[in-house]
Design a protein around this ligand. Structure first.
Ligand code: BEZ
Ligand code: FE
Length: 304
């Protein structure tokens, strides 16, 4: 074996050998991905003069990440999130057209088939937190209302937990599916969103600690909005003034997604109900990107 070459010198010969072997990968995209992965992995080992102990520690870490995954927990996605990879992939696959709402990370706490609610209902389901009235509109890029969009919303409670993190709970809290009205408007009661830490009791938590990072996410509501003719939007609305807006553990904040939650004194709420305690309101407009047009048919596919 030759001595390790200094960082910045020519790549090790084995890099070329591996790349040559990958050159016969039948699927072109697989070939491209594997070639780039090997190039970057080898360059990383080369540049850092990776030791065997470090390589083994990395293997043990990834093993622990896999072993932490269960039906209810996806530690690999969490790892991707804290490395900024999830947000990079989101950004490059969902660029918002001018004036359209930006996308952000999906996160691990969405549940398919959440309970459906009528407009104006309380989706809190008994979640801890101060009451909050949310009203919003879904529009297209020209300002046109998007009628009857399907809205999936989910959030953590005041103690920083999603319902799915509470094994004992057995029912949905602070999540639900609504359908916007003919003008694209929707509204619901929930609880006030608060900042919360991402799960730190696994290998990703240990990585954050080892790199001197905090695990907090600024207060936010998650939305997934779908309507025919528009690209599905996966995003959050963040609470202005939150102390973690500039240091979100998963790099998901975009200034255009930060909004004012306003504290209201007891009285008649926007839905006409009387509130005996203070409550909060959020008002937000979502603007959907038009759906990407299907690629034009190739000449051989055009019927004669
Ligand atoms: C979330 O906002 O629910 C979330 C996103 C990424 C990692 C952990 C949690
Ligand atoms: Fe969240």
């Amino acid at each position: 074996m030759t001595a390790a070459s200094p960082a910045g010198a020519d790549p090790h010969p084995i890099t070329g050998e591996v790349l040559a072997r990958l050159a016969s990968t039948p699927d072109a995209r697989m070939r491209e991905l594997m070639t780039a992965l090997v190039r970057h992995l080898h360059a990383f080992a080369h540049e850092t003069r990776l030791t065997e102990a470090e390589w083994f520690a990395a293997v043990s870490f990834l093993t622990a990440v896999g072993q932490t995954c269960t039906e209810r927990r996806q530690e690999f996605i969490l790892l991707s999130d804290v490395l900024g990879l999830s947000m990079l992939v989101t950004d490059q696959n969902h660029p918002a057209a001018p004036g359209c709402t930006e996308s952000t990370v999906f996160g691990p706490f969405h549940v398919p088939d959440a309970p459906r609610f009528e407009l104006g209902a309380d989706i809190g389901g008994g979640a801890a937190g101060e009451p909050c009235w949310v009203q919003a509109r879904v529009r297209g890029p020209g300002g046109e209302p998007v009628p009857h969009a399907e809205i999936d919303v989910w959030q953590a409670d005041a103690e920083g937990f999603y319902d799915v993190q509470r094994a004992e709970l057995g029912h949905a809290q602070a999540r639900g599916v609504l359908r916007a009205d003919a003008d694209g408007a929707f509204r619901f009661w929930t609880v006030l969103a608060e900042a919360y830490p991402i799960p730190t009791d696994g290998p990703v938590g240990r990585l954050l600690e080892a790199t001197g990072r905090h695990p907090w996410r600024p207060a936010h509501l998650h939305f997934m909005i779908a309507a025919p003719g528009y690209e599905r939007l996966i995003t959050h609305v963040f609470r202005r003034g939150d102390r973690y807006l500039d240091s979100d553990a998963v790099f998901g904040v975009r200034p255009s997604l930060v909004a004012d939650w306003i504290r209201r004194e007891p009285g008649v709420a926007p839905d006409g109900t009387r509130r005996d305690a203070p409550y909060w309101t959020l008002d937000f407009d979502f603007v959907l990107n038009p759906a990407v047009a299907p690629a034009p048919a190739r000449p051989e596919e055009i019927p004669e």
